[in-house]
Design a binder for this molecule. Structure first.
Ligand SMILES: NC(=O)NCCC[C@H](N)C(=O)O
Length: 247
């Protein structure tokens, strides 16, 4: 079990913000928070592997958006944000080192990995600001041969699908409300409570900003591993976007 991560660029504070107001980012604190995030993955039994840093790309720490891994296939994305498209170079290098097959989303398709939620053999994909219909069609063509069913959804008012919804190990979903096309949604009352990373078994990684949701999940019998990612949340990041899990 390998978790790919990418160290923050020193230019992190120049990262994109779309749906929230920009607030000052403490880059030194972000570096420490990223170290703690890596440690949490390692403590949960994951081998943490570094994708080469991309110093010139402020948002490169959000490695999830550059690379989608499904079975033995690594899909290099083509971000809907043109300034992020250079981030895939280092991701390709690491994917090849891991022996993964390589595919890529081609123009005019666009897709961010933050729009791709894999739950068993179903791959939910958010169509919106970063992922277009052509990108979804290419994703479907790449994943159907792997036995995956690609289901498009339309998240509203958020950066990515996984800004609005993620899945628990039991296949239920966490979201601020019901989502057309999804059944089994556990409604939470805080935005960071929509984001978990399944770490194996009944363990999930969740943000320290989601205190109430972490308690609710513990009450439900999930083991929660809490990480403070405040500086990344200021740039519309969440716990899913700082890693790519390769099982
Ligand atoms: N998968 C994710 O949640 N990615 C977060 C990306 C945040 C970055 N500032 C961006 O706007 O692209």
């Amino acid at each position: 079990m390998i978790a790919l991560v990418r160290r923050p660029s020193s230019r992190l504070a120049d990262g994109l913000v779309t749906h929230i107001d920009r607030t000052p980012v403490d880059v030194e604190l972000a570096m420490r928070q990223h170290d703690a995030y890596r440690q949490a993955l390692s403590d949960a039994g994951w081998e943490v592997r570094d994708v080469p840093a991309a110093e010139d790309h402020p948002d490169s720490v959000f490695i999830e958006d550059a690379l989608v891994v499904c079975a033995d296939l690594a899909i290099l994305t083509r971000s809907g944000a043109p300034e992020r498209r250079g981030e895939t170079a280092g991701a390709e290098e690491t994917a090849r080192e891991l022996g993964l097959r390589i595919a890529r989303i081609e123009e005019p398709g666009t897709l961010d990995g933050g729009d791709v939620l894999q739950v068993g053999d179903t791959v939910y994909v958010g169509r919106g600001g970063r992922t277009n219909a052509e990108g979804i069609q290419q994703l479907r063509a790449l994943l159907s041969p792997l036995g995956r069913t690609v289901v498009p959804l339309r998240p509203q008012g958020v950066l990515h699908l996984k800004s609005a919804v993620t899945a628990l190990p039991d296949g239920t979903f966490l979201a601020l409300g019901e989502i057309a096309g999804l059944s089994g949604v556990r409604v939470v009352d805080e935005e960071p409570g929509c984001h978990v990373v399944p770490l194996g078994g009944d363990e999930v990684l969740i943000s320290a900003s989601a205190v109430r949701t972490a308690e609710e999940l513990a009450d439900l019998g999930f083991r929660t591993r809490v990480v403070d990612i405040s500086e990344f949340e200021k740039l519309e990041g969440c716990v899913t976007c700082l890693s790519v899990l390769v099982r």
